[in-house]
Write a protein that binds this ligand. Structure first.
Ligand SMILES: C[S@@+](CC[C@H](N)C(=O)[O-])C[C@H]1O[C@@H](n2cnc3c(N)ncnc32)[C@H](O)[C@@H]1O
Length: 285
């Protein structure tokens, strides 16, 4: 199994992740650089030095195709290919643990034994090759924002649904339906299987339909995507939020979200919560 490792200044990790998502990668893991000498000179911020981060991802096993894609990266980024054992790449599964979103809501890896306490909503997720185990700070924050905005029978649009964890949880908590969208082809089968396994298969509809092609409005719109994607989608995100609706966005770094909020006008911020350097923001009309 071929892994693409892109080494970038930490201040450019968001941009690099965005470029990788656009290439169709299904997951990105951030790691400390394995080599010493963790600074690089950036050209985008006037030549200042910055710490480095490695972004590990997979773009398929065709080394020539991956090389062609990587050659489009800015020259200041370094990248290399690593051959890893598929079994080793899956060892994270041994360490996956349930994530408590609140006292009565927990996301559990589908393969982990779990005795559900009485009254708890348990969302079981098998992510396959998608993002969304519930344990990332942005997923947790978006889920909390969704829950505070949710009312019984609300309609939900989950933009960038990954494993479907947000839309599935919304339906389990009382939403009437969740429309789930992702650019990743892998999401369609994964979300359908997760929704069925959690008993909400009839309420969750998943597709690769672009947001620009979604008609109508929704009571709650969730978009846990990176800032550049939120800006790119901003006009459509504003359009699909219903008159009394709420938009919850995340994938944003704390202190670096003003430009995204500005792009979402006339929606205005009603709350904002941070965790581990990430932030989720709820907005309404
Ligand atoms: C950070 S993951 C979030 C997954 C899940 N919603 C969660 O909260 O855990 C972002 C997802 O957005 C998807 N994505 C990125 N750009 C997108 C776009 N323009 N339209 C739809 N999905 C997009 C990616 O493929 C990825 O699955």
């Amino acid at each position: 199994m071929l892994q693409l490792v892109v080494t970038v200044p930490i201040g450019e990790a968001e941009l690099a992740s965005f470029m990788l998502w656009r290439l169709g990668v299904l997951a990105i893991e951030e790691r400390e650089p394995s080599e010493p000498g963790g600074t690089i000179t950036t050209t985008s911020s006037g030549g200042t030095e910055d710490h480095l981060v490695e972004l590990w991802t997979a773009l398929g096993d065709d080394a020539d195709a991956v090389t062609r894609a990587a050659e489009a990266f800015p020259a200041r980024w370094r990248w290399h290919l690593v051959e890893v054992d598929a079994a080793v790449a899956d060892t994270w599964r041994d360490f996956a643990r349930p994530t408590w979103v609140s006292d009565d809501l927990v996301v559990v890896p589908a393969w982990v034994p779990f005795d559900a306490p009485a009254g708890a909503t348990v969302v079981r997720i098998e992510p396959g090759a998608t993002f969304g185990m519930g344990d990332h700070p942005t997923t947790l924050l978006t889920m909390r924002g969704m829950r505070s905005a949710l009312w019984p029978g609300a309609t939900v649009l989950d933009v960038g649904c990954g494993s479907g964890v947000l839309g599935i949880a919304a339906c389990m908590l009382g939403a009437a339906l969740a429309e789930a969208l992702d650019i990743s082809p892998a999401s369609v089968a994964v979300v359908a299987a997760n929704a069925a396994a959690n008993g909400v298969g009839d309420q969750v509809h998943v597709s690769n339909t672009p947001l620009s092609e979604i008609d109508g409005t929704f009571d709650i719109v969730l978009a846990n995507i990176l800032a550049p994607a939120l800006i790119e989608l901003s006009v459509d995100l504003v359009r699909v939020v219903g008159p009394s609706g709420v938009l919850v966005i995340s994938g944003l770094l704390e202190g670096r979200s003003d430009h995204v909020v500005k792009a979402l006008a006339p929606l205005h911020v009603i709350s904002s919560h941070a965790r581990d350097g990430w932030v989720a923001i709820s907005l309404r009309r």
